[in-house]
Design a binder for this molecule. Structure first.
Ligand code: TRP
Ligand code: SF4
Length: 495
């Protein structure tokens, strides 16, 4: 299975996302989120990367940001509404919120003309504002007119090469250069909220965007001036080796007598006799033996990655307590890991670096198409556009596939299959809004056989028509707000 940002966006098996890609289960952080959004409570938001720092900032009233982007390739539809709602919710919780129009990506990766892009750009922004995004408090921008984003993209490009992009995105010798550039632009989008100062940032997206999130997290790290690791002696160890050396050190150290040292060779001997053979064991022993009589002492190590000479000097000076300076690293014997991380970021910022925190993400399930299968912008009957006439929305719901049984009799007997019903999804993802009781009632009545599809769809269709009507009124009101913003809705680009 592959996650492809430009492929068809269905996910057959969400479990695989956890196992193969290391996406974390959202329910695990849910208790840390103050008054979670209904999409979180109902498992629509099912996964995340590193959301804890964002939840923590929210709880402590510290700065955080939420950012997502939209390719203006068609009309915004109810699938996009999930992401709009997620941004708005984070904004209402005190986060800086960013909504961007990925017009460079739409042009380069999808080949849309600038006229088409302009038309859809306005439409996405109107819906986002109509749903509650406060453009005065938040930031809306188009990639094509954000110079800072483009400059940052250029810088980030110094930390990524063609082989890497090729491996992640299946690019090859035929891939347009602008297409590749649009990836760097997205990386810059994702880090943009941290340009002024580092802060926890969440990117709400579908899981198809996870490759982008992972790359952005890597690039954020590669831009850092200093790396911080833990070490036991002057030499470097990889994670597995370090773990073994830590065990040996703990076994041999005599806390009651701080004067006696644990020598490298002693630790090597201990490992050889006490631990089962493995590759890491062999290399750890080899390294320790080369270390000879050097005593093992736990320390944190600052590695010079991208620092200027001044910044490296500045860091050395800023480290309090016992330290040892090497050519491209400094060891500190009195700092803990966390304090060291903090200091590294402080010094970086002081000397003109970004000090990026790795961005976090949350992932929502894709809605099933109303006709079954995937919801696709190119199949009008499969989705409901936020611009659909309320009557059309009504009709689409009425003719949607359901999880119902062949006959009413069977339905009463066995109950409907709400878990496989696109209409139930509409209730859970949208029509019930914040009202959990209502969503649960629909579900229970369905699986209990009390609810029949005809009436259920009628109710959903009416709610959908109401929603569309109201939303479209609000879009009209949003026009004024949008006009007051400093966003160019007519690009002066050609083609
Ligand atoms: N690539 C995203 C899409 O296909 C759009 C996008 C551009 C984006 N920049 C972003 C999404 C930053 C999230 C964050 O729709
Ligand atoms: Fe779906 Fe409603 Fe039918 Fe249940 S009763 S299967 S929720 S349409």
């Amino acid at each position: 299975m592959a996650l492809d940002p430009w492929g068809s966006s269905t996910v057959d098996d969400y479990r695989k996302l956890f196992e193969e890609f290391g996406i974390e289960v959202f329910d695990d952080v849910l208790p840390r989120v103050p008054s979670p959004h209904y999409l979180m409570r109902r498992g629509v938001i099912f996964g995340h990367r590193d959301y804890r720092p964002v939840a923590e900032a929210m709880r402590k009233d510290e700065p955080f940001a939420a950012l997502s982007g939209f390719m203006p390739t068609g009309d915004p539809h109810i699938g996009h509404k999930l992401v709009f709602d997620e941004l708005i919710w984070h904004q209402q919780r005190g986060g800086e919120a960013y909504g961007l129009i990925a017009d460079l990506e739409a042009h380069a990766a999808r080949g849309l003309s600038w006229d088409e892009i302009d038309e859809h750009t306005e439409s996405y922004l109107l819906s986002l504002i109509a749903l509650g995004f406060d453009p005065g408090a938040g930031t809306l921008y188009r990639q094509s007119s954000n110079r800072e984003v483009q400059d940052l993209a250029f810088e980030l490009g110094t930390k990524a090469n063609f082989s890497e992009l090729g491996a992640i995105y299946d690019f090859d010798g035929e891939t347009d250069v602008s297409y590749m550039q649009s990836v760097l632009t997205q990386m810059a989008d994702i880090l943009y909220p941290q340009l002024e100062e580092p802060k926890p940032t969440v990117i709400p997206v579908g899981p198809d965007q996870d490759p982008h999130v992972r790359l952005a997290r890597d690039l954020a790290g590669r831009m850092r001036y200093f790396g911080v690791t833990e070490a036991y002696a002057s030499f470097e160890l990889d994670d597995d080796e370090r773990e073994l050396v830590a065990v040996a050190y703990e076994a041999l150290v005599d806390d009651s007598d701080p004067e006696t040292d644990v020598r490298c060779t002693e630790a090597a001997e201990w490992l050889r006799s006490e631990r089962p053979p493995s590759e890491a064991l062999d290399s750890a022993i080899e390294t320790l033996e080369a270390g000879g009589k050097e005593p093992l002492r736990p320390r944190v190590r600052f590695l010079d990655r991208n620092a200027t000479d001044e910044a490296f000097e500045g860091l050395i000076e800023a480290i309090e307590g016992e330290k040892r300076v090497y050519e491209a690293h400094v060891d500190s014997f009195d700092l803990g890991r966390e304090a060291a991380e903090e200091l590294a970021r402080e010094v970086e910022l002081e000397y003109g670096g970004y000090g990026f925190l790795p961005p976090s993400s949350i992932y929502h399930r894709f809605m099933t198409g109303l006709t079954g299968g995937k919801m696709s912008s190119s199949v009008p009957a499969s989705h409901i556009s936020l611009l659909d006439d309320p009557e059309d929305g009504y009709d689409k719901v009425k003719s949607a596939t359901t999880g119902g049984r062949e006959t009413a009799e069977k339905q009463r007997e066995l109950g409907g299959e709400a878990d496989d019903c696109p209409v139930y999804e509409l209730y859970a993802y949208l029509l019930s809004g914040d009202d959990d009781e209502f969503a649960t009632e629909v579900y229970d009545e369905c699986v209990g056989g009390e609810r029949l599809c005809g009436g259920c769809k009628e109710q959903a269709a009416e709610l959908m028509a109401e929603f569309l009507e109201e939303h479209q009124e609000k879009r009209e009101e949003a026009r004024e707000l949008l006009e007051d913003l400093d966003i160019d809705l007519e690009s002066d680009r050609n083609r």
